[in-house]
Write a protein that binds this ligand. Sequence first.
Ligand code: ADP
Length: 288
Amino acid sequence: MFDETDFRAKPGNKLNLTKVSTDYTAGYGSKEEAQQRIEKNIERMARIQDILYAQDKYAVLIIIQAMDAAGKDGVIKHVMSGLNPQGTMVHSFKVPSPEELDHDYLWRYNKALPERGRIGIFNRSYYEDVLVVRVHNLVEKQQRLPAEFINGDIWKQRLEDIRNFERYLHGNGMVIMKFYLHVSKQEQKQRLLARLDEPDKNWKFNSGDLQERQHWEQYREYYEEAIEATDKDYAPWYIIPADKKWFARLAISEIIADNLESLKLEYPQLGEEQLKMLSVYRDQLLDD
Ligand code: ADP
């Protein structure tokens, strides 16, 4: 068993991802053992989603970040499968389009935020703008910022932007949870090999993933910096051991269900007048 604090970066300690296990399973021994609990968690989420929608006050933003082949798509597919599609939206962020590059970097994410009553999942997010953009120096190559804003402080500045952006969202009723799927370099290698060796997985292979793998250490450092700078109680980061896909799905479903339950949401209650009207309508229908 585990609780969400097991996966929070520990405040005050410098985050070193090489020291955080990628294959911890909290005593669970197998996929089969985890499956029942995942299903329970999905039911818990679905129950609260219904109330969330009825209330129309909070919105929920779930951010999934990871190195390539860490299992983002699988988590989204399995963990969200029991939710009501009407109240759930998934956005996958790719290389920005020319239109998106004509705006400030947060624009496209802001536009995609879930409405009140809804659960929004970001498959990649504005964190890419302090990760891939930083690794490949895309601010200069792609983002067309005026030169005077491109200097050594830009990453610090962006992390502050993100912190403030998330605090602002929180203050407007957004419940934010951020998951980093923590996979080992060795496990990534196995998964990329499987994409080459298994015909049904060939379509997933992207030679670009091999190039990104060359930058593993750099990504790790930038992840550490980003997580440290933006891990707040109003927008927590969870570092999820992801070498076993089933455990990542279990941990994420459990954390989301726990966090949603802790909001203690209740169906909207009708006032006395409205309740009286219900009985008038009931009589009308019965006399029909
Ligand atoms: P995924 O790997 O998420 O399954 P893709 O294979 O289509 O999906 O990859 C999406 C690509 O978009 C990734 O290589 C990622 O680095 C890139 N990307 C996402 N956001 C940005 C951004 N803001 N700037 C540049 N590249 C980005």
